[in-house]
Design a protein around this ligand. Structure first.
Ligand code: SF4
Ligand code: SF4
Length: 312
């Protein structure tokens, strides 16, 4: 991947001061010059002299040509223009797990796929600013499995950097699409970081995290995750699982083999999921078009792809 010759002042001008920031924390995942205030917004210290900043190059709101990322990450073009690249979509239900998410995490620990899991913990009742928690076992992870009311917003990506510094070498990560894309940008970047220690990215489907920057977000289905999960658009009592690559497939199979979850439907009705996805994309692409026509190009979307979402 190309390193773009821009750094924190450009990130401020293009993303933060234009209210596009998702508070994901990718900019500071591996950089000690970035911290986050109590709302989760990034703050850059003045000592940084970089002209090619990891922060700028990691941000999900800067250069993100979708076709190129699909190709680099999955080695193929997207299967569905809204849902991204996937191998399969199924719906699952609980068997012996407390939640589908915990089932996936328990199985990943027990199979040795991960030695650490990064999860969100609410930092304050008043804000949407979750902070990352580093769990070293399934038992530890269990106390931090988010309940349904918790938005996963907040700078979670620095949890990966911290886990790496503490010696983790098989890191699992749970986040919203913005976190997953930011982390993916770090992983695919030409910078040397510890992001190649990320072994499993679980994406939580997200209609909106309620932040100002969310109205510029066009990813509902966590398109750059290994496995995406969500209950929106699923039948009652079921969770939709999008398996995007081998890591995602292995994670699901491990949880099924361990008897923690089971397939509810091999061919779930995807109409609601697609409707939710396309509604979010259409609405927020229009926001991008309306406020900043030139910047829509950061997604590298062509006229045909744009037209697809603009047609009611
Ligand atoms: S969107 Fe994420 S990476 Fe970009 S500036 Fe905001 S916190 Fe940093
Ligand atoms: S809508 Fe969800 S995925 Fe998008 S920026 Fe907001 S919290 Fe992140």
């Amino acid at each position: 991947m190309i390193k773009i010759e821009k750094s924190s002042p450009d990130l401020e001008t293009e993303v933060i001061f234009t209210d596009k920031c998702a508070h994901c924390g990718a900019c500071g995942a591996f950089c000690h010059h970035v911290s986050y205030d109590e709302s989760g917004a990034p703050q850059f210290d003045m000592e940084c002299q970089e002209t090619i900043g990891l922060c700028y190059n990691s941000c999900p709101r800067t250069d993100l040509p979708l076709d190129l990322y699909d190709e680099k990450l999955f080695g193929q073009k997207r299967v569905d223009i809204g849902l991204g690249v996937y191998k399969d979509i199924v719906s699952v239900k609980l068997k012996n797990a407390d939640s589908v998410l915990l089932g996936l995490i328990e199985a990943a620990f027990s199979k040795g796929t991960i030695d650490t899991m990064i999860l969100p913990k609410s930092a304050s009742e008043k804000t949407r600013n979750n902070i990352p928690i580093i769990a070293k076992s399934a038992q530890e992870a269990k106390s931090y499995i988010p309940d349904k009311s918790l938005m996963l917003t907040g700078p979670l990506c620095p949890g990966v950097g911290e886990a790496y510094e503490n010696g983790a070498c098989k890191i699992g990560f749970l986040g919203n699409p913005c976190h997953i894309t930011g982390l993916t940008k770090v992983m695919l970047s030409a910078f040397r970081t510890g992001a190649d220690m990320v072994a499993l990215k679980i994406g939580f489907m997200c209609a909106s995290g309620g932040l100002t920057g969310c109205k510029f977000c066009v990813d509902f289905a966590a398109e750059h995750a290994d496995i995406s999960i969500g209950t929106m658009g699923a039948a009652s009592g079921e969770t939709i699982v999008i398996i995007r690559n081998k890591a995602g497939e292995d994670a699901l199979n491990a949880a099924i083999d361990a008897g923690l979850i089971e397939i509810a439907n091999k061919n779930p009705d995807l109409a609601k999921l697609k409707d939710l996805t396309n509604r979010k994309k259409r609405k927020n692409l229009l926001t991008l078009l309306g406020t900043d026509l030139a910047k829509i190009h950061y997604l590298g979307l062509g006229a045909d792809q744009l037209k697809y979402f603009m047609i009611e």
